[in-house]
Design a protein around this ligand. Structure first.
Ligand code: PEP
Ligand code: MG
Length: 574
């Protein structure tokens, strides 16, 4: 009998296939004691499992980096390789074998539980999620100890794919599966888990957080993964399969139609050109500018250079990365945001004990509290500006002082470089992000000091509605269409335009086709988004009647009944 399980949609698309259950080795380990005379052999067994897994991971890394040279997958695999030699994990497991005579599997799983418990205490959600990497490494080790063969599913010949069903998958597993599977579903995991990121990069439909999905179906049973809605349909009847086959073809058709828009200029019906920029996290994403023919980079989240590593990148390393991004952008403008560290993006080992991290020392506040690191980044950015069209943007501004202090630091960096006879772009534009309601409401002090603005709707919504954007318990209150949010966005766009300042939106709203007409009607002419969204938004722009939208959006902005606002926004999109 067909039934549906709900989870978290982490990678869009539809997969229809037969289930391939991946065993959860950790649940299946035996516990026994080793006789003292066999202890040395047991330790050897552990060492050779570690060496085997090291070899497996190196092989996977080589395959992954050959396919996608700049992808972050290599770094994820390295993180797991580092864990193999981390004394907290493997030395402590050795000690359990020596001191308690545990068999190697038991020692590893016990030590893993201790380490995972320590991770669970960490407040920072990003670091907390790294516990999954510990579990995945131990799972690989246990499989090596047990001699369980690698779990690559066979390629199918019946035209349907294979859907991997696992308790959890490591990024390395996901890479290993990629040519064999149509989609995957897992018991655990969240949208920011590395596995989810890898699935999105590879374009594999995936739903995670399905709790006990492994217990709900058998090997080979038919399953549909709807990575857009976040559901898995187990044992679907013929009608449902038929419906999903149609939806999958429609999606494929839609995708190939969208691809044809790559070289079409993003003009509205009246011929006005709208700018479409890409949001990137690093060099590995720049290739997508070419793929989608974006106008440049509207948001380069530079903090991804700083997090998930033990030492901070020095000036030269940063310079090389920024220069490489500019070079890869091929003369198109790149807007680099100075590092937005704090809240959910902490540096390795620097989790700060703040009761309200989202309201604490993050973004420009953090930068100004660490002037040395900030100056290093500004110098690196300025040096890179000699090699392309760079702009610098500050996150989360609320006070004129923050702008003044940053501009003073930029001036200091410029003076130093002039003294050192190092070239940079003297006219490099400095802009800021509107992410706090205070900024949107008092934009005068921004427009007098800055060269351009970008509205970060993700944070603007969080701070306007007092809803932690990372807290699942209040996710239903995170509403982009709340009248207060809409009025702040529209007000900021209009104030910037009155002052003659370029303004864009770079939060998730810019990449959501349901809001394109609304933002155009507010006067927005520059959007920045995940590159995968660009062609879909372009499609919306091509059918936009700007003159018609303006009065409709003005009327909509006066509404304050949520249902009526929603209805009016839907009508705009038609
Ligand atoms: C935003 O807040 O909208 C934004 C683009 O910044 P981030 O999502 O990186 O906080
Ligand atoms: Mg933000």
């Amino acid at each position: 009998m067909s039934f549906t399980v709900h989870g978290l949609p982490v990678s869009q698309g539809i997969a229809i296939g037969h289930a391939h259950l991946v065993s959860h080795a950790l649940l299946e380990v035996n516990h026994y004691h080793i006789a003292p005379r066999h202890l040395a052999a047991e330790l050897d067994r552990l060492d050779s499992a570690i060496a085997n897994v090291e070899g497996e991971l190196l092989g996977l890394k080589a395959a992954a980096t050959a396919a996608q040279p700049h992808s972050e997958v290599g770094a994820f695999i390295d993180l797991q390789r580092m864990m193999l030699s981390d004394p907290v994990l493997t030395d402590a497991a050795r000690a359990r074998i020596e001191e308690h005579n545990y068999n190697a599997e038991w020692a590893l799983v016990q030590q893993m539980e201790t380490v995972v418990e320590q991770f669970r205490q960490i407040e920072d959600p990003y670091l907390r999620e790294r516990q999954a990497d510990v579990v995945q490494v131990v799972e690989r080790l246990v499989k090596a100890l047990l001699g369980v063969p690698g779990h690559l599913p066979p390629k199918r010949k019946d035209g349907l794919g294979t859907v991997v069903v696992a308790h959890d998958l490591s990024p390395a597993d996901t890479i290993g599966f990629r040519d064999h599977i149509a989609g995957f579903v897992t018991d655990i995991g969240g949208p920011t888990s590395h596995t989810a990121i890898v699935a999105r990069n590879l374009g594999i439909p995936a739903v995670v957080g399905l709790h006990h999905i492994r217990d709900l179906l058998h090997n080979n049973e038919l399953i549909i993964v709807d990575g857009t809605r976040g559901i898995a349909i187990i044992d679907p009847d013929d009608n449902i399969v038929e419906e999903y086959l149609l939806r999958r073809s429609a999606l494929e058709l839609e995708r190939s139609k969208l691809k044809r828009l790559r070289d079409t200029p993003a003009t509205a019906l009246n011929g006005e050109l709208i700018q479409l920029f890409a949001n990137i996290n690093g060099l590995q994403d720049v290739a997508q500018i070419k793929e989608t023919n974006a106008d440049g980079v509207g948001l380069f989240r530079t903090e991804f250079l700083f997090i998930d590593r033990d030492t901070l990148p020095d000036e030269d390393e940063q310079y090389e990365t920024y220069r490489a991004v500019l070079k890869a952008a091929g003369g198109k403008p790149v807007t680099a945001r100075t590092f937005d560290i704090g809240a959910d993006k902490m540096l390795a080992g620097k989790s700060r004990d703040e009761p309200n991290p989202a309201l604490g020392l993050r973004a420009v506040r953090y930068s100004l509290a660490e002037p040395k690191a900030f100056l290093t980044q500004l110098r690196a950015l300025l040096r890179a500006s000699a090699h392309g069209k760079l702009q610098i943007m500050m996150p989360m501004l609320a006070h004129a002082d923050e702008i003044d202090q940053t501009l003073m630091l930029v001036e200091k960096a410029k003076e130093e470089l002039r003294d050192e006879k190092i070239k940079f772009d003297e006219a490099l534009p400095i802009g800021g992000m509107v992410e706090v309601p205070a900024a949107a409401l008092a934009l005068g002090m921004f427009v007098r000091r800055l060269a351009f603005l970008s509205i970060g709707t993700n944070d603007l919504i969080q701070y306007t509605l007092a809803v932690d954007r990372g807290n699942e318990a209040v996710v239903h209150l995170y509403d982009p269409l709340h009248p207060a949010v809409l009025r702040l966005i529209a007000g900021a766009i209009q104030a910037a335009q009155r002052a003659g300042l370029p303004v864009s939106v770079c939060g998730e709203m810019a990449g959501n086709a349901a809001y394109t007409q609304l933002l155009l009607g507010m006067g927005l002419r520059s959007f920045s988004m995940h590159p995968a969204r660009i062609l879909e938004i372009k499609q919306q722009i091509l059918r936009a009647d700007l003159a018609d939208l303006v009065p409709k959006v003005q009327r909509l902005l006066k509404l304050d009944e949520p249902a009526r606002i929603r209805e009016a926004v839907e009508k705009l999109t038609g």
